[in-house]
Design a protein around this ligand. Structure first.
Ligand code: F6R
Length: 247
């Protein structure tokens, strides 16, 4: 596991974009696993800049998002379909047919989850998975006490996650209670993982995930068992990690 502490959020975002761009230069038809939320926004902005100014090519890239709220159509501005299109996809030259995000309003949730895992397998598996981390240690929407062996599945969101994500909605009542998420097993199958964390609120949980026991209570702790993880945090999220590096 490589742990990199960037100087600032901007520095973290630029370094993250460089890792994704490097993956695409080496393998233009890479399968990228993507996250939403506040953390990767700067990385997406930087990737758009590199696409526009340096010609980073997404024509062959394939993407799979980690999760989507259940009950929100793609037109809802809080859906992850909307987020991805608005913040990234519409600014680059990715083919619409190469974009995969779990459906927010599937007729059959079980079938949608199986379809999603099958698609990932058919595309050859994820080459580089980008992850954020929740204040409760979740990755994707794999909430504490999740089963590590889960593949893509329906999840009930934790109160902590609902509270944390309420900032994106008008009222907390509007935050969906359920989502579809790639499971831990799906994430662990990715060949490389890039875990991002930004801000003081992530300091304790990122420390626990990396340096304490591997436990379903902190789902991200399973990444200690992954063979190729880069953890990239900004100074604010990395204060406890810095202390470990200095010791
Ligand atoms: C989003 C996702 C979540 C977020 C996490 C952190 O697709 O899977 O695990 O990465 O909740 O969210 P932010 O970055 O908003 O703090």
């Amino acid at each position: 596991m490589r742990i990199l502490i960037a100087k600032s959020y901007e520095d973290m975002s630029a370094k993250a974009a460089r890792i994704v761009a490097g993956q695409l230069y080496l393998k233009p038809d890479s399968v990228l696993g993507l996250a939403t939320g506040s953390t990767p926004l700067g990385m997406y902005h930087e990737l758009i800049r590199v696409h526009k100014e340096v010609g980073l090519d997404f024509a062959e890239a394939i993407t799979f998002n980690l999760d989507e709220y259940l009950g929100l159509p793609p037109s809802n501005s809080q859906s992850y379909h909307y987020y991805m299109n608005h913040n990234f996809f519409k600014h680059i030259n990715i083919r619409p047919g190469n974009i995969f995000i779990p459906a927010g309003m599937p007729g059959d949730v079980e079938a949608e989850c199986c379809f999603y895992d099958r698609q990932i397998k058919e595309k050859g598996g994820i080459n580089l998975q980008v992850l954020g981390i929740g204040v409760n240690g979740h990755i994707g929407f794999n909430e504490p006490d999740i089963k590590f062996e889960a593949t893509t599945h329906k999840v009930k969101l934790d109160d902590e996650t609902i509270n944390a994500n309420a900032r994106f909605f008008k009222t907390i009542e509007e935050v969906p209670r359920f989502a579809i998420s790639m499971g831990i097993k799906t994430i662990m199958h990715a060949k490389r993982v890039l875990l991002l964390a930004s801000g003081e609120s992530k300091g304790v949980v990122i420390y626990k995930a990396l340096y304490e026991g591997i436990t379903p209570t902190i789902p991200a702790s399973i990444l200690q068992l992954h063979q190729d993880v880069t953890v990239l945090v900004d100074e604010a999220a990395g204060s406890l990690l810095r202390r470990m590096q200095d010791e």
